[in-house]
Design a protein around this ligand. Structure first.
Ligand SMILES: Cc1cc2nc3c(=O)[nH]c(=O)nc-3n(C[C@H](O)[C@H](O)[C@H](O)COP(=O)(O)OP(=O)(O)OC[C@H]3O[C@@H](n4cnc5c(N)ncnc54)[C@H](O)[C@@H]3O)c2cc1C
Length: 507
């Protein structure tokens, strides 16, 4: 074991939406900050998916197996690199709706109230949109919460063939809105992420040290167990110990929980911050179904997502419970998560023999339907030795089915309006669909939720662990409920919020 002779003010573990943004926010304090990231800088050619065959999907998977409740191994679609999952995400940065911060009644139960409200988050959402150069527009989506400032950049125009679809959706009395996207305006790396906006600007700062290929193995407390003293890290096959006053985990909801559980010691036999057996529980990941809308006119297969529809977010006249959010996939040939649902394209291939994946994808518009799941303490991360198991059963299934079927009816009417009458009249599976499988952990959250009560939450309102004074978790772990919106903007905004708190604590 090599003992590092430096002492840092803060160690941040992970450089994704949470860690990368927090590092940026704290850099100006001139405090001495060590950033530990298990991955490396991602080569530019792998980032620009427009030139890449994403159906070779193992590329965007972690080099390890996790296990399901039945003990079956799977390779998680999660990215270990500077920028974490923001290097491969779809770059859609949406705010949660105002009501998502309250108790919400779902068909299968209640999603819990957050201990802070939309109005508390709003300034940080605005700051996050500025920092990540979000391109968007407001005005058409009735569920959009109030913004204190306009988006910093105008929304991106839809592709021409997508524009006609948007018009046909609007003709049904629905409110399609342009999807807010983070964009860099750089050709070689067009989408914004926490490397570009968080880590890269800090690399020449004298107070910042970034160590890549540095996998944190566990945390060590002092003998009374009330503070973390050291962080044990594997670098180049060698173990190191690093020391700091404050430790922030930002490894993503599953890996941060696993790290706390792996750090069990005499004072914390069930893992750190786990006095009430809450760490790793209430894991949530959206129910996600992709739907393919075959299209008579070919498109490039490579363009950004651009449509957001929230007309069914809180339900409809037949179903008075939340159903969820709809986005298009963008060009299917660059949608990484879509590549996890290969059966959909094979269903299409049967109807169109002789077509390869590329030809099929170019003759299709893809859609994602997202539905909130409810926190369930039995859905959890478990660590035994080196084995990480996800016990996970999705819930709120009827709400999701309703959303998917409702959307398919919308697509039929779109096809009628566009003159694709064969599709509109066809019976059976003309809109193939597939649910995201277990290995899609893209929107994972909730394993260390925040709250006032240490018996039912792991973190306090400032994302500090209830049990250990100098230990924070600043990634998607803190969500008490997941809403139906994609999580990244909320993770980023929260990192900016906790950054304010830490600045005050350190001053
Ligand atoms: C394909 C895909 C598409 C997505 N699209 C969207 C979208 O359009 N909009 C949206 O809002 N969200 C999207 N998401 C989700 C979004 O990327 C996540 O919500 C967000 O990145 C979570 O941030 P985080 O900080 O919690 O974790 P991550 O971004 O996952 O960052 C965790 C970091 O910790 C590092 N790490 C983990 N363990 C260790 C360790 N032991 N030691 C050192 N470092 C460690 C990882 O390498 C990584 O860099 C998508 C995700 C995927 C995978």
């Amino acid at each position: 074991m090599i003992i590092d002779d430096q002492h840092y003010d803060i160690i941040i573990v992970g450089t994704g939406a949470g860690g990368g943004t927090l590092a940026y926010k704290l850099a100006a304090t001139s405090k001495k900050i060590l950033i530990l990231e298990r991955g490396d800088v991602m080569p530019l050619e792998q980032q620009n998916r427009a030139n890449f065959d994403i159906f070779k999907k193992e590329l965007y998977h972690a080099p390890e197996n996790w296990y399901d409740s039945a003990g079956e191994p799977f390779s998680p679609q999660t990215n270990y690199a500077v920028g974490g999952n923001t290097k491969i995400y779809a770059a859609a940065l949406l705010r949660m709706r105002e009501k998502d911060f309250e108790t919400v009644k779902h068909q299968e139960g209640m999603s819990p109230e957050w201990c802070i409200k939309y109005k508390d988050f709003e300034p940080y959402y605005t700051e996050a949109e500025q920092l990540y150069m979000v391109h968007g527009q407001n005005g058409n989506d009735p569920t959009e919460p109030p913004h204190s400032a306009e988006y910093p950049y105008p929304a991106v125009e839809h592709e021409p063939e997508i524009k006609t679809v948007v018009e046909a959706i609007a003709q049904q009395g629905l409110h399609p809105e342009t999807l807010p996207l983070t964009l860099t305006l750089q050709e070689d790396d067009p989408t914004g992420d926490s490397e570009v906006f968080g880590i890269a600007p800090l690399l020449n700062s004298p107070n910042i040290t970034l160590k890549t290929s540095a996998k944190v193995l566990c945390l060590h407390t002092n003998s009374s167990g009330n503070i973390v003293k050291a962080v044990e890290v594997e670098i180049g096959g060698q173990s190191y110990l690093f020391f700091a006053d404050i430790i922030v985990l930002a490894c993503g909801a599953i890996n941060s929980a696993a790290l706390l559980l792996r750090s069990a010691n005499e004072k914390h036999p069930n893992g750190l911050a786990n006095g009430y057996n809450q760490v790793g529980r209430n894991l949530m990941k959206h129910q996600m179904t992709s739907v393919v809308q075959p299209s008579p006119k070919p498109n490039s297969g490579k363009f950004l997502r651009s449509i957001s529809v929230n007309d069914f977010y809180w339900g409809n006249q037949d179903f008075p419970y939340p159903m969820g959010h709809i986005e298009n996939t963008g060009g299917i040939l660059q949608d990484i998560t879509f590549a996890e649902s290969p059966p959909i394209l094979s269903v299409l291939a049967k109807g169109m023999p002789g077509f390869g994946i590329e030809q099929l994808a170019k003759r299709s518009v893809g859609w994602w339907a997202y539905t909130e799941v409810l926190p369930d303490p039995n859905n959890r991360v478990e660590v035994k030795g080196n084995k990480l198991t996800l016990h996970y059963t999705p819930n709120n299934a009827e709400a999701h089915d309703r959303l998917v079927y409702t959307w398919i009816e919308v697509l039929k009417t779109v096809d009628q309006a566009l003159g694709n009458s064969v599709l509109a009249k066809a019976k059976g599976n003309v809109y193939p669909r597939g649910e995201a499988p277990m290995e899609v952990v893209a929107n994972q959250c909730g394993t260390c939720r925040f709250g006032a009560n240490p018996k039912t939450s792991v973190l306090d309102i400032n994302c500090r662990t209830h049990d250990i004074d100098n230990l924070y978790v600043v990634d998607s772990s803190f969500f008490p409920s997941c809403s139906s919106t994609p999580p990244a903007l909320t993770v980023i905004a929260n990192a900016l919020r906790i950054g304010e708190h830490l600045k005050q604590r350190l001053s």
